[in-house]
Design a protein around this ligand. Structure first.
Ligand SMILES: Cc1ncc(COP(=O)(O)O)c(C=O)c1O
Length: 456
């Protein structure tokens, strides 16, 4: 608690804060009231120790950068370091290769809007290896600033002609805003919490039928491993979604940014692309798919370097041309991010000098995330009035807060605000109050937890 006097110095309020103790006390009492006046999130920041993990930023919360990525970037930025004798051979060779791929041998030069051809090829090779040999073509890989640029593609029409995207609820907290900015209509479909946040195809059909009366649904968005639910789809579930998309002529937009972080028992990451290519030709040669991955991934966590990619499958060449044109508006993705992407998809191999360190660092990140997910899950399920599905992957948990009916009734009458746990942007339509988990659970005492003040 940042304010030992128990006074709230913001908004001219001089009285005692109704709850001045650790946020943990609020957890135990589930909620407390602030009569007469709504407190803003900043007010509460003033009163309590708050760790904001809403951005899902691993480095901000203590995950360490991978040494090999940083060493390669350091030398790329300052090639004079190549003269250093202590530089390991694989860092030297990788740097030289990457600098050769940059115009003028410098990270300071422009690149093609869709990214450096060398890095696009590395990404295509990575996808092929990851998907047990399924072919991937560098021309269908587009590097962009972050992973969700594909949504821009869909912007079209207004009113009933507006493009709709079937979007899971709950969904990544930035998604509704992005869709709004890009002029795309969010068509919500509810994930099934009681079935480990499964996608329910029956629900998809219903939602689609209704949505067609109001807009033009052209796509379905999937987050797998799921943000903020932590679920990981199995092959059967992925096949069902693909069949649905095929039957309804929808483009699949699949966010697979947490693919490097799956820890649920009997769960593994299987990409939509792999499943699609192992299905009949009626699917593998027709279903349109755009999948994303990003440097912001759970174990790499270099979100500040701003680079991701999308791979397109079965898209019309004219659409590919359109994507290229669209990316021109940013000129190009920052070159350092592109080079880090190259290392992410093509890490040191056995026998390379950096291999052991790289592997240990990745394993440590994975173990930390998995361990914390387990601890956060146990913690949340141990709280009165909370329940939470197990996390299988990614960096979030999404617990349910069971409010006693009398509290809800009391709110309805007094119109006071309720302090709840929530993901900090938990204002997505249809969302209940949630809290994300983060690495903080292993480093800080249980008394620290993120909360959000919501005026209901
Ligand atoms: C589902 C999801 N997609 C993508 C990202 C990363 O986005 P970007 O690549 O724009 O940093 C995140 C980051 O937390 C995420 O949770």
């Amino acid at each position: 608690p940042g304010n030992p006097e128990g006074t709230c110095q913001r908004r001219g309020h001089t009285g005692k804060c109704p709850k001045q103790e650790h946020v943990f006390d609020l957890v135990c009492s589930i909620l407390c009231y602030f009569p007469h006046e709504l407190y803003t999130f900043q007010d509460l920041l003033f009163c309590f120790s708050v760790i904001d993990v809403s951005s899902g930023d691993p480095h901000k919360n203590g995950i360490k950068p991978l040494s090999f990525i940083r060493q390669v970037l350091a030398v790329c930025l300052y090639p004079e370091l190549l003269k250093e004798e202590g530089l390991s051979l694989d860092v030297r060779l990788r740097t030289q290769m990457l600098l050769k791929a940059c115009d003028g041998g410098s990270v300071g030069s422009y690149t093609a809007s869709s990214g450096l051809p060398h890095v696009r090829q590395s990404i295509a090779d990575f996808i092929s290896r990851r998907d047990a040999g399924v072919s991937s073509c560098a021309e269908h890989v587009f590097i962009s600033t972050g992973s969700q640029v594909a949504l821009k593609l869909l912007a079209s029409g207004e009113g009933e002609a507006q493009t709709g995207v079937l979007t899971p609820i709950p969904c990544p907290h930035t998604l509704p805003t992005l869709m709004d900015i890009y002029g795309v209509k969010l068509v919500p479909y509810q994930l099934k919490e009681e079935l480990d946040w499964a996608v329910d195809v029956h629900e998809l059909h219903q939602v689609l039928t209704t949505a067609r009366r109001h807009c033009q649904p052209r796509s379905i968005y999937i987050s797998n491993p799921g943000n903020p639910t932590g679920h990981v789809q199995d092959r059967k579930s992925i096949e069902e979604v693909i069949q649905f998309a095929a039957a309804e002529g929808l483009l699949l937009l699949v966010d697979e940014v947490f693919q490097d972080c799956v820890y649920g028992q009997d769960r593994e990451f299987i990409s939509y692309k792999k499943v699609l290519f192992e299905m009949d030709k009626q699917y593998s040669e027709t279903v349109q798919l755009i999948s994303f991955h990003s440097l912001s991934s759970a174990c790499i966590g270099e979100c500040g370097l701003r680079a991701g990619y999308m791979e397109t499958v079965n898209l019309d060449p004219e659409v590919l041309h359109f994507i290229d044109t669209l990316l021109c508006t940013d000129i190009n993705t920052p070159v350092t991010g592109q080079l880090a992407l190259d290392v992410m998809v093509n890490p040191p191999k056995p026998g390379d000098l950096s291999y052991d360190t790289y592997t240990q660092e990745i394993l440590l990140s994975q173990a930390t995330l998995s361990h914390n997910a387990q601890r956060a899950w146990e913690f949340l399920n141990g709280l009165p009035g909370m329940s939470c599905q197990p996390a299988m992957g990614g960096i979030y948990l999404y617990p349910r807060l069971h409010l006693p009916p009398e509290i809800i009734e009391q709110y309805k009458h007094s119109k006071t605000a309720i302090l709840t746990f929530a993901d900090v942007y938990g204002s997505t339509p249809g969302q209940k109050r949630r809290v994300p988990k983060d690495e903080v659970f292993s480093r800080k005492s249980h008394k620290t937890i993120v909360f959000h003040f919501e005026s209901c």
